[in-house]
Structures are given as C-alpha cells and as structure tokens.
Write a protein that binds this ligand. Structure first.
Ligand SMILES: Cc1cc2nc3c(=O)[nH]c(=O)nc-3n(C[C@H](O)[C@H](O)[C@H](O)COP(=O)(O)O)c2cc1C
Length: 295
C-alpha cells in the first residue's frame, strides 16, 4: 500500500509472487482483487466512502487506487464477515451445498459450477504429483511452508503445518521429502507419488467443490474475478462454511484442461479458482499476517 493525501495505491511485492507455480499471475491478480474488495468492505464498515479504480500497471506493479467516493461502498458484508472468514484444510462434514445457497452466491457476481468431491480424487492426486514433481514449484513451497514451529517466520507469514491441518508426523515427513538435499533423490524415487497419495483421502467424502469460471481477458478482469471470489468466500463464511482452495488443479496443465472439458466451458472461458467448501470438522487455524507497515 502506498499512501498519498487523497488516495491509497495497492501494489504487489515481487519478492512475494510465485512465478514458478503461478506463471500466468492468475492467483496473484485474484488475490489482489480479493484484497481490494476486502479494503472496500472494511472502509464501508468504518463509515468511510471509498471506491476502487482498478487499473493494472505492470511496470509500477500497481493494481488499483482506492479513492474517496460520494457514498459508502454498497456491500452486504461487514468487518465482522472479514474477521470470521477462514480457510480450513482438514476434514469436512459430509453434505453438499444446497441450490438456494448456490443461487445466493451466484447473485454476488460469480459464475460458479459445483462438482462432487469424489469426482476430483484422481485429478487432485495427479495435480499433487505434478506439484511435488516440479522443481520450481517445490522451491517456492519450501520458501512459504512453515512445517515446524521452530521456523524463524512461523508466526509471521506463510502456510503453517497447523493451518494445513498436518500432524507432526506428516509435517516432518513433508519437510524431509522437499528438503533441498533430499529432493533430487526423493523426486526420482517416487516421493511426489507418495505425497500425492497422502492427500487422496481429502476428497473421499460426499461434499462440494466449487469452481469460479470466467474470462481472463486482461489483468483487470482477473482482479475483478478476485473481488467476486472473496465475496463468495465471505457469503459462505456468513453461513458458517469455510473453503479450501485447491489451486494445484489449475496450475497443473493436464488437470486444468480436464476440468475445463468436464465443465463444458465455452471458448474463452476458463476455471479461475477451485475450492472445496462445507462445514469443517475442527476449528481452522488462521495463517499468520505480517504486521502492516505503510510505505
Ligand atoms: C486465489 C487464491 C488461491 C489460493 N490457493 C490456495 C491453494 O492452492 N492452497 C491453499 O492451501 N490455499 C490457497 N489459498 C489460500 C491462501 O493461502 C490463504 O487464504 C491465505 O494464506 C490467507 O490465510 P487465511 O485464509 O487463513 O486467512 C489461495 C487463496 C487465494 C486468494
């Protein structure tokens, strides 16, 4: 964020982007859109009339400018919705999303398709094998996973073993497999297949996976889809539901193409975000946040 007298510019830090796993910057722009939407909701909750001008400047690494508006941002969400939103990566209670909820989510400006969890067991295993078998992705995983409370940045940022609902045993095993010294060997000895097998049970229940579909014609359009994505996540959260993004299904070219075919998408449309949703069996642990530092 860069603060001026009459605007707040939203930039991204290239050192925190993931060019290996997100080469098209789909998740980068979706996440920035989610952030901009969240800023507007929080401003409206605080009684501040603010709007967002979305204009992506790749050279300046800026996505939007938050500027004064003539009225409060019109949103059904509040700062309480934002605080309550959670990702939950552990077990979920069985149960599909009901049609009324799906219709309510769609009315938030999101084109959503629903698939049963079991239908994605094999594609997720394939995407995980691809993820753990791709050195550039594993190198990024190493930099943002926090697999032990002893990690120096455990309470600062990244994805912790607890946020991923891993047991100590699972976290230690994952850390050992992707460690720089072991990886060249484990990746050849079937480590990726082993890690993929570990996540197989994750979708073996009667639940819902939602896919956000859209046209990614420009960086701005992806930012707008990110705004819709977080509105969907907040609406689910307001109903006591959590989400678990499964972006590897879109990062892996084979499973991304298979998913698009399965959904029967029109030319120009693509799946932009994939996540399971439902009632988590255990209260999820939130990821750490770097304390804000205005520049
Ligand atoms: C576009 C997008 C893609 C994401 N993909 C994944 C993913 O593939 N796997 C995952 O575990 N979390 C994924 N996340 C969730 C983020 O890791 C998580 O929301 C972030 O760390 C903030 O943590 P919190 O949700 O616990 O507050 C994604 C989030 C966004 C916005």
């Amino acid at each position: 964020m860069r603060y001026a007298d009459d605007a707040v510019d939203v930039h991204w830090d290239p050192s925190r982007a993931l060019p290996g796993s997100d080469p098209t910057r789909r998740d980068l722009f979706l996440s920035l859109g989610a952030f901009v939407e969240t800023c507007l909701i929080v401003a409206a909750s605080a009684g501040l009339p603010v709007r967002a001008d979305i204009a992506v400047d790749l050279a300046a690494r800026r996505v939007a400018r938050l500027v004064p508006a003539s009225s409060l941002y019109d949103t059904p969400f509040t700062v309480a919705s934002v605080q309550q939103r959670r990702c939950a990566r552990g077990g979920y209670a069985p149960g599909r999303l009901d049609p009324a909820t799906l219709a309510a989510l769609t009315s938030l400006g999101a084109d959503l398709r629903q698939l049963p969890t079991r239908g994605l067991v094999a594609p997720l295993a394939e995407a995980d094998r691809w993820m753990f078998g791709t050195p550039a992705v594993v190198s990024e995983l190493r930099s943002w996973l926090r697999l032990s409370p002893k990690h120096p940045r455990y309470r600062l940022d990244g994805l912790t073993d607890r946020a991923m609902a891993l047991s100590r045993f699972e976290a230690t095993g994952l850390a050992a497999m992707i460690a720089p010294i072991a990886y060249p060997v484990t990746s050849r000895l079937g480590g990726p297949a082993l890690l993929a097998a570990a996540s197989k049970s994750m979708l073996r229940y009667d639940g819902s996976v939602l896919i956000l579909v859209g046209r990614a014609v420009s960086p701005e359009s992806v930012v707008e889809h990110g705004r819709a994505l977080v509105r969907v996540w907040l609406a689910l959260s307001d109903r006591g539901l959590t989400v678990h993004p499964l972006s590897q299904l879109l990062d892996c070219p084979i499973t991304a193409a298979a998913l698009a075919a399965k959904l029967g998408l029109s030319p120009g449309e693509s799946p932009l975000a994939v996540f399971r949703t439902g009632r988590p069996l255990e209260a999820p642990i939130r990821s750490a946040r770097i304390p804000a530092s205005p520049t």
